[in-house]
Design a protein around this ligand. Structure first.
Ligand SMILES: C[S@@+](CC[C@H](N)C(=O)[O-])C[C@H]1O[C@@H](n2cnc3c(N)ncnc32)[C@H](O)[C@@H]1O
Ligand SMILES: [Zn+2]
Length: 321
């Protein structure tokens, strides 16, 4: 059982980082150090803390949408996800990312949402911990991923992770960090430094402020929201330079950084959702004509990785950061 394995190798109390124990026939987890109890709902351990309050409106909103969709079929759920994310492109990125990790390593998806990136996985070696503060979204992820998946869903806040030091080889996150208020981002970055092994890869995707997108908005008499609060959540569309500035001191500046663009032809807010997505053309432009891609791509992607040997972690080989 993935949960028992994670309790043994990866999970920790988010407050004191003590080891956990599965109790009461799998109904809750107890911290062996501070004795705090964490409930398990439908196989999903819940570690939410007070920090969730700074994004409470967002959490309530996501839970309320999820409640409307949770009883739908997998196909319907994927169709709904496909209205907001370019599934053909992002599945390729997700497969490539996972394939770079060694067998038996653990990776973390921060803000896993509906979990659709991992629903067609062939290689089952890498184990994934998908964290999200919205239990509603995790319940949807559970029905998309099925009971036997190698994704462990965990309800927690990215700013206080129930994960052991140096135990994670890869961090993947799509359109989640853009919603973090500054204080959450700072704590999240410290958590990344704590939980990542010496050798690691990270891929973080977020909406970006494409010039063409801003121009079209202006022609339509609107303004593309760049940063701060809007509706139920905070939303920051940071540029390449802004992201690099945020991460450049990570791991004392010893990590390498690269910036790319994706979802070039996918703009749901402008009603542009191609039926047959030009994946190859997108790959060509984003690799060979990166500056051109920056003018109209919907997403920016920051890749941060250690400069040392390929990632390798397993239960017995965790390397503290
Ligand atoms: C826009 S959705 C993206 C979901 C998924 N990554 C995808 O690509 O479909 C953002 C997700 O991040 C979660 N989230 C936002 N802030 C979070 C935080 N501080 N800790 C954990 N999850 C968070 C939200 O609940 C939501 O499920
Ligand atoms: Zn504890």
């Amino acid at each position: 059982m993935l949960l028992s394995e994670a309790v043994e190798c990866i999970l920790a109390c988010p407050i004191c980082k003590g080891s956990l124990n599965l109790q009461d026939m799998g109904n809750h987890l107890t911290c062996l150090c501070c004795q705090k109890l964490f409930p398990i709902h439908n196989g999903i351990p819940i570690f939410l803390n007070d920090d969730s309050r700074s994004q409470n409106d967002e959490k309530l909103f996501r839970d309320s949408i999820a409640a409307k969709y949770v009883s739908r079929e997998k196909y319907d759920l994927l169709r709904f996800a496909g209205e907001h994310h370019c599934i053909p492109v992002m599945r390729i990125h997700a497969d490539n990312f996972r394939s770079r990790l060694s067998p038996d390593s653990w990776m973390l998806d921060v803000g896993i949402g509906y979990g659709w990136h991992w629903s067609e996985m062939i290689d089952e070696n890498v184990r994934i911990i998908g964290i999200d503060m919205s239990l509603g979204n995790l319940l949807i992820a559970k029905s998309i991923l099925g009971e036997d998946s190698n994704v462990l869903l965990v309800c927690a806040n990215a700013s206080e992770l129930p994960i052991r030091d140096g135990s994670i080889s890869g961090v993947w996150s799509v359109q989640t960090i853009q919603h973090f208020p500054d204080s959450v981002f700072e704590r999240f970055q410290k958590e990344m430094n704590r939980i990542l092994s010496k050798s690691f890869i990270m891929e973080i995707y977020n909406l970006q402020p494409a010039i063409l997108h801003r121009l079209i908005y202006r022609l339509l008499g609107k303004r593309l929201h760049r940063r701060g609060h809007t509706g139920q959540w905070e939303l920051n569309r940071l540029s390449r330079a802004e992201w690099i500035r945020k991460w450049h001191t990570f791991r004392s500046g010893q990590a390498s950084m690269d910036f790319r663009y994706s979802e070039l032809f996918f703009h749901p807010d402008l009603h542009v959702i191609p039926e047959r997505y030009p994946v190859k053309l997108e790959q060509f432009i984003s690799i060979s004509l990166s500056r051109v891609a920056s003018l109209f791509a919907r997403q920016g992607q920051i890749c941060i990785e250690s400069r040392i040997s390929p990632p390798l972690t397993s239960c017995s080989k965790n390397v503290p950061a």
